[in-house]
Design a protein around this ligand. Structure first.
Ligand code: PHE
Length: 465
């Protein structure tokens, strides 16, 4: 029987389980999850710190060889289970008659999503006051004051708390409205807006500073292998994971609302392509400004919060482009936080709690943990809560969480899932979910069995050692 996707959505809703109303709806939601602070804040500064082109090339390779197959495993397990990440993994493990211990993958992923939400909301909160600062205008005559805005913000717990709270409430609000009326409706507006803003910023450089744009293109695309270290190769791989929202419940949860007719292979490639395109566009938007105003591309995490405002202060039209840029950052973070909260919300709903209450509960708990993170930036800066673990000896709450999630939970969850899907899940079930040509199936399965787990294992071990 053929059914329009809307009818499928309506039927799913009637059965109590929402379904994305169209393939585009899912692609926008998943791309919204993937495109986030990772693309607009982290990718440019990592590229800057790691010398540009060669790093970008390695990153692209990691996305294609490790990221995309891993993304497919999450989407297909989520869809096959059709429940929260915790339950879906259990179901698929039961179907495969595999030992129940594999079920830990769902728990680890959900935990990673929850912990990420706590500190992600704090960082997203940094962008919000900068919308206001840039509307008021950065004072070109006083560069020191402009550069002090960011460290001053980090030193002010009351400010951080206020913006963290605003951001979490925004996340809870959309999440409470559900998959179709909340997330899907939001990403349909926010994702096109985000791309338009990026094009506006790149267009500005094309018109105003063509030379710097050219310089940025060279910086991003001419590989200079001399600048590549083992460490930068590893961070490219780690970042490929983070930016595709892997091993954090998000794609498992979003996959559970995916209609059976959506082709997983093609959809995963599209989502990864959008994510990569946005990261490169962010580089093309930011680096021309950095070069035009003679700033340091390797400025680190302060690149967009301390360096870029100096450019906005000096450039013609900076009082318009500045706010637009920081709004972009907030939108990107918002569509990502919606996916982090989803794995927990879906699980709470399965426990019989209503959607709104689940969103408030999940968001509220992450908010409370986020407070510890933001205090670790200032009043509690000397306090290392997990100092009994050697790797976390001198790390405050925020750094410790970031470390545990990106270096331990995410690689562990993704590795286990790749092994499970590649070696334990019955081949027929996998074929049924991927429903692609025999050749493509062979290639994808081969990657899931070899290069994906090996890639993850390499980041995992080297990060720990
Ligand atoms: N992919 C998001 C980004 O690049 C971060 C993210 C991680 C989102 C984990 C969801 C889950 O910012």
């Amino acid at each position: 029987m053929t059914m329009t996707t809307d009818a499928a959505a309506a039927q799913g809703e009637a059965a109590g389980k929402p379904v994305w109303s169209s393939q585009l709806g899912f692609i926008l939601a998943a791309a919204g999850s993937a495109v986030g602070l990772g693309n607009i804040w982290k990718f440019p500064y990592m590229t800057g710190e790691n010398g540009g082109g060669a790093f970008v090339l390695v990153y692209l390779g990691c996305i294609a060889l490790v990221g995309i197959p891993a993304l497919m495993t999450e989407m297909l397990v989520g869809r096959r289970g059709g429940h929260s990440p915790i339950q879906s993994v259990r179901d698929v493990v039961a179907e495969a008659r595999a030992p129940r211990a594999w079920g830990w993958i769902g728990i680890i992923s959900t935990l990673a999503a929850f912990l990420t939400l706590a500190f992600y909301s704090v960082v997203a909160g940094w962008a919000m006051p900068f919308v206001g600062h840039s509307i008021a205008g950065f004072d070109a005559a006083d560069p020191e004051a402009v550069q002090a805005l960011f460290p001053n913000l980090l030193a002010a717990p009351d400010q951080l708390l206020m913006w963290h709270t605003v951001f979490m409430v925004m996340t809870i609000f959309i999440s409470a409205r559900g998959i179709n009326r909340g997330i899907e409706a939001a990403v349909k507006v926010m994702m096109p807006t985000l791309v338009l803003i990026l094009m506006l910023l790149i267009g500005y450089s094309a018109v105003m500073n063509m030379d710097s744009l050219r310089q940025a293109v060279v910086f991003l695309f001419r590989p200079n292998f001399g600048a590549l270290t083992t460490e930068s190769t590893l961070s490219a791989l780690g970042h490929a994971f983070f930016t595709l929202s892997l091993a954090s419940g998000s794609m498992l949860a979003y996959g559970s609302y995916l209609s059976k007719s959506t082709p997983i292979v093609r959809t995963a490639v599209t989502v990864a392509a959008v994510d990569t395109a946005v990261a490169l566009m962010a580089g093309l938007a930011i680096f021309p400004l950095v070069f035009q105003y003679g700033m340091e591309p390797a400025a680190g995490p302060g690149l967009v919060f301390a360096t870029l405002p100096l450019a906005f202060a000096q450039m013609p039209g900076g009082d318009i482009l500045g706010p637009v840029f920081f709004i972009l950052l907030v939108i990107a973070a918002w569509t990502s936080s919606l996916s982090m909260i989803e794995s927990v919300v879906e699980w709470l709903q399965e426990k019989g709690i209503g959607r709104t209450a689940s969103a408030i509960l999940a968001g509220g708990a992450a908010w409370a943990l986020g407070i510890l993170c933001l205090l670790s930036l200032n009043v509690m800066s000397g306090f290392a809560p997990l100092s009994f673990i050697p790797a976390l000896e001198d790390k405050g709450m925020m750094d410790a969480l970031d470390y545990i999630v990106t270096n331990v939970l995410m690689p562990l969850g993704a590795l286990a899932l790749a092994i499970f899907v590649g070696y334990i899940m019955p081949k027929d079930a996998l074929r049924d979910e991927l429903s692609t040509s025999a050749r493509a199936f062979g290639i994808v399965r081969g990657m899931i069995r070899t290069i994906t787990p090996i890639g993850i294992l390499v980041i995992f071990l080297t990060n720990l050692i």
